[in-house]
Design a protein around this ligand. Sequence first.
Ligand code: HPA
Length: 309
Amino acid sequence: MESPDPAVASSTTDSSVMEALRFHGISQFVLYKYEDYRETADWLLSHTEQRPKIAIICGSGLSGLADLLDNKTVFPYKDIPHFPNSTVQGHVSQLVFGELQGKQCVCMQGRFHFYEGYDIATVTYPVRVFFLLGVETLIITNAAGGLNPKFKVGDIMLIKDHINMPGFAGQNPLCGHNDERFGVRFPCMSDAYDKDLSSLAKETAEEQGCSSFIQQGVYCMLPGPTFETIAECRVLQKLGADAVGMSTVPEVVVAHHCGLRVFGLSLITNKVVTDYNSQEKANHDEVLETTGMRTQDLQRMVSNLLAKM
Ligand code: HPA
């Protein structure tokens, strides 16, 4: 008997089988075909004259960046064929095409998190669409907890590497059928973050007077939605992580797989708790408060970086 080809199964699998696969976390085998991403990209290309080379995924509280674009064309996710739809009430969920510093960009206002219940293929769906649009560079931002004791709340960490913790547990977005039109079966990840872009960002930050709060480090993704226990934070520190968050890594893996240059930064919104005598508790309000405090600096940094690219 022939072994089933997951790519073929995608067109024939009925919804109960899909449900079962989804339940077992292997929906990436069957959820999307090359043609779905292609149709999404072609639909967008036929609805805008913009041909962005840069995509920006805006992290929690940082979606104001998209508002800075000139000559905007806005597509709510719900109107884009095959595009995942955000279920979070009150969150902006749209793709914004436009120009920043004269460069054509596409911004995701509202991203898909694993902890919201999206499978990993859905979380990363937009990245392959960007690739098919002709995007060459992905800029990705997030809010993160500081694990490195030298980090302060409000620091901006240029991501030099990551630890894909969900990947350790089998949740790697590249598991399943590999479509060579996106990339190779066994992609190298030791160069996932573009060194030149990172240097340029550092230079930009220095020029705008932000050197006192710029850091570089390793980002570790945990699926969330729980903040980490004290023991977990201690483990992550021992593993060499400088910051911890609940996003970014799946998108970076998929972006690097299809050859996009990646620049990532984390806003350190809180210090993680590593001491059993501490009264501190990680909480979402603190995350939002710090994001508000640094939004302008971050937006200026990304905008100035674009000017230099
Ligand atoms: N842990 C995980 N994710 C986060 C944190 C944190 O402390 N802060 C912001 N996102």
